[in-house]
Design a binder for this molecule. Structure first.
Ligand SMILES: [Zn+2]
Ligand SMILES: [Zn+2]
Length: 256
């Protein structure tokens, strides 16, 4: 399984993009930077998109991707919990901000929205996909994506601390987890549904207690202004836990 980190941040500026992952060129996870990172040909290859939650930094490129696909006569499928589909329909694809590509073209709509039920593994384009609820300000899920060969990644999406029940349901080789802020903001983060390196350490200890090992860990969704400090603090966490934790970056390629 090859994973490209298209965007690794929670804000955008030159060179830094909003969170998106691309698995084996065909399966996208979150849509913060799909159009700005991918050629039209690459966009047309996306057969399915898993959305973790409705926040703008995770869904932003859906309308423009849809327009690109619509103009090319292509289509794709979006998997998400009901709240995300509802928010897309109400706020973005509402014929006011942008066309409703769930209905256009009539015979073969560009976007096919499919509801994914948490806790129930589903087959998506040859992968087994398991949505697992996480703690955030709006309904949100992380996704475990397992390839036919058994390789699995788990992407948390945005989440606050308290992932024990989540860890009981997944066993990935690669964990892509959000770390939005540095330790100075731990209280804010816990409240807002985000993680800091200190909170990450607790969550990884909980993972190890439940699963008996630690996966390769890649942090994403960093606030660019805090990234330097996050890197210092994460290096310390990796040393204490004796595991590999790296900061994701735009263009990073991972393979499991
Ligand atoms: Zn969010
Ligand atoms: Zn976010």
């Amino acid at each position: 399984m090859n994973i490209r980190v298209l965007g690794a941040h929670n804000c955008e500026r030159q060179g830094l993009k909003l969170v998106s992952l691309l698995v084996d060129e065909v399966l996208a996870i979150d849509a913060g930077s799909l159009t700005s990172s991918l050629s039209l040909e690459e966009q047309k290859k996306i057969r399915a998109i898993l959305l973790s939650h409705q926040h703008y930094d995770h869904v932003r490129d859906i309308p423009i991707l849809a327009m690109n696909l619509f103009l090319s006569g292509a289509a794709t499928r979006i998997y998400s919990i009901p709240a995300v589909g509802d928010a897309l329909a109400r706020h973005l694809l509402n014929e006011e901000i942008y066309p409703d590509f769930r209905q256009k073209p009539e015979q073969n709509p560009t976007l096919k929205l499919t509801v994914i039920e948490p806790h129930k593994a589903e087959q998506v384009e040859g992968y087994s996909v398991l949505a697992v609820p996480v703690k955030h300000g709006v309904p949100a899920v992380g996704y475990q994506v397992t390839a036919a060969g058994g390789q699995a990644l788990f992407y948390t999406g945005d989440t606050g601390p308290g992932l024990a029940s989540c860890w009981r349901q997944v066993s990935p080789q690669l964990l892509i987890i959000e770390v939005t802020a540095s330790d100075k903001y731990t209280e804010w983060a816990a409240d807002a549904g985000h993680l800091t390196p200190a909170l990450l350490k607790q969550e990884l200890e909980s993972f190890r207690e439940i699963n008996g090992y630690l996966p390769q860990v890649v942090a994403v969704h960093m606030n660019p202004a805090l990234e330097e400090q996050i890197a210092v603090e994460i290096a310390a966490v990796a040393q204490v836990l004796g595991c590999s934790i790296t900061l994701g970056y735009e263009g990073m390629e991972l393979s499991i």
